[in-house]
Ligand binder design. Structure first.
Ligand code: PEP
Ligand code: MG
Length: 579
């Protein structure tokens, strides 16, 4: 505190710039005491718990109605997810059984059950689940409030816009705060895909998360600027910084209007190169967004989420229904269904033995090949659904040709079984692989001869090439998509694909970053696939660049020796296009 123009850096979570006074938001903490309940009162204790859950569900329903007009579908889905937790037998029934068995008060048991889920999820090497622990916290607070009669949410009563600073924000906190009075969000914890980020994007509010020291360094009422594009927060900025950001703000307003107008225009460069702009989805509910943003199809459907949300194996019929529905809705565009990419890094279950180093263990196609019966259930479901749209199948984590052949053999066996049983399917479904392991990248020329397409999984390719865990914030600075080794591998993969006349896309986060997207476009990629929210501005980027210029730029960039040099070389091109 004190010096002018101090800077805190966090993770950019929702794009845009905001200038305003800080408002420190604290959620009341709760302590939950353990009480023994006499046997004759257990029935009442269970009823008290059930009533609290009912009331919490009623509150959520009202909240959804209240915010329905203001927030997008994504945000509403978050609240349905909370409702689902309150209807989940794994949560509710388990709590009731424990109240009866342990003869202990409802709030204590419920707190314990929810915290069990939170600690399970927070150890997963999957940011989607790690960051959704806020949902469980939210549900916990709602029910505890009903049980204890306390008010758990600090009322937000600001009438003039403020930048809200919090250690963490749950989706409910964010929604109760509402649109209009908050012009920016900063949290100490959280990642790029946390719910704070999702809700902030839904509200169109710039946000920086994971700023670590924000609540301790920022004082109530302090003038601050947050840059949601870079993750920078300026504390008590000087006049020069304020002027700079005011003019950037004016440009931002114009930019938003321009983006909306582009939604259904093709992603074509100035000199006429058409790029496919596709969406990555984890759950079928995201299809509305995909269609609204005018995506050219689904470039990556992470099917393991079907398994992850329930922690068991969905049946062939269930999978068939889900894949068919997606294929129908997205037709005539393609849906690339990635077969299960599960591993002990994502979830623990009977299928997965505990591993010392799960990211290098039995994940993705390795797990499927060692459980062919399970794999064939998924392949049957996909093949049956293939008659309902334009489905493509993609194998994850392929590390070499023999692994690919084993996967293709199982695919062929599944086709033969269906044919023999007279079950309709499309046996000519295109087959592709994720190129995300360095050994696959280096042998891409051979692998390209065995498949119809490649999609480069840069999230993993970066971590395996640099040996830098993608989820470890201690080495986050090493995990750099502009590392020359990564870019040269990507260039080689694209060339190998094209030399063998196959299509190649990129579905890692690199595709949604303007600087790296410029490099990928220049390297000749055919498709970029990203979360639906990122599509509009990457569409705008593509429509404002010149492919020939980018080709030149990228071919020079990848010759440079360090990430810093590469970034410095490409940055002016990006800035010229106001990104
Ligand atoms: C990737 O590795 O780049 C990718 C898109 O897949 P995931 O993030 O699911 O590993
Ligand atoms: Mg991957």
């Amino acid at each position: 505190m004190g010096d002018k123009n101090r800077v805190i850096n966090g993770i950019p979570a929702s794009p845009g710039i905001s200038l305003g006074r800080a408002y420190i938001y604290h959620r009341n903490s709760k302590t939950v005491n353990k009480r023994l309940i006499p046997s004759e009162k257990i029935k009442d204790e269970v009823k008290r718990f059930q009533r609290a859950v009912e009331l919490a569900i009623e509150d959520l329903t009202k909240l959804q109605e209240k915010i329905a007009k203001n927030l997008d579908q994504n945000t509403l889905k978050i609240f349905s997810a909370h409702q689902a937790v309150l209807e989940d037998p794994e949560v509710i029934e388990v709590t009731i059984v424990r109240i009866r068995q342990e003869k202990v008060n409802a709030e204590y048991i419920f707190n314990d059950v929810i915290n069990g889920w939170i600690s399970n999820y927070s150890t997963l090497d999957n940011s989607f689940f790690r960051e959704r622990t806020a949902d469980f916290e939210d549900v916990l607070y709602r029910v505890l409030t009903k049980l204890t009669g306390e008010i758990s949410f600090k009322k937000f009563d600001k009438t003039t816009p403020v930048i809200l600073i919090a250690r963490n924000l749950s989706p409910s906190d964010t929604a109760e705060i509402g649109r209009g009075t908050v012009c920016g969000l900063v949290t100490d914890i959280g990642g790029q895909t946390s719910h704070t980020a999702i809700v902030a994007r839904g509200l169109g509010v710039p946000a920086v998360v994971g700023a670590k020291v924000a609540t301790s360094e920022i004082d109530e009422g302090m003038l601050i600027i947050i840059d949601g594009n870079s993750g920078t927060i300026y504390l008590e900025p000087d006049d020069q910084t304020i002027q700079k950001y005011k003019s950037l703000l004016a440009k931002q307003v114009a930019f938003k209007t321009e983006l909306q107008e582009l939604n259904n225009l093709p992603a074509v460069t100035i000199d006429g190169r058409l790029i496919e702009l596709s969406a990555n989805i984890e759950l079928p509910v995201e299809i509305d967004d995909v269609l609204e943003k005018g995506a050219d199809g689904i470039g990556l459907y992470r099917t393991e989420f079907l398994y992850l949300v329930r922690n068991d194996l969905p049946s062939e019929e269930e999978q068939f229904q889900v894949y068919s529905e997606i294929a129908r809705r997205v037709a005539p565009n393609n849906v690339i269904i990635r077969t299960l990419d599960l591993g002990a890094d994502k979830i623990s279950s009977q299928l997965l033995k505990e591993e010392i180093n799960p990211a290098l263990g039995q994940r993705g196609i390795r797990l499927c090949l060692s459980h062919p019966e399970m794999f064939k259930v998924q392949l049957r479901a996909i093949l049956r659904a293939s008659v309902n749209g334009n489905i493509r199948v993609m194998f994850p984590m392929i590390s070499g040709y023999s692994e690919l052949e084993q996967a293709k053999d199982l695919f062929q066996e599944t086709c033969d079984d269906l044919k023999q049983a007279g079950i309709s399917h499309d046996s000519s479904v295109p087959l592709g692989i994720m190129v995300e392991v360095p050994s696959a990248a280096v042998t891409a020329n051979d692998l390209a001869k065995g498949v119809d397409f490649f999609s480069i999984g840069t999230n993993d390719l970066i971590q395996y090439t640099i040996a830098a865990d993608r989820g470890n914030s201690n080495i986050a600075s090493l995990y750099n998509p502009c590392h020359p080794a990564v870019l040269r591998l990507v260039a080689g993969i694209i060339d190998s694909a094209h030399n063998n006349s196959i299509w190649v896309g990129v579905c890692g986060v690199m595709a949604a970053n303007p600087l790296t997207a410029c490099i990928l476009l220049g390297l000749g990629v055919d498709e970029l696939s990203m979360s639906p929210n990122d599509i509009p501005w990457i569409r705008r980027l593509i429509r404002s660049v010149n492919y020939d210029e980018l080709r030149q730029l990228s071919s020079e960039a990848i010759k440079l020796g360090t990430s810093e040099e590469i970034e410095k070389y490409v940055e002016p091109y990006r800035i010229k296009r106001q990104f």
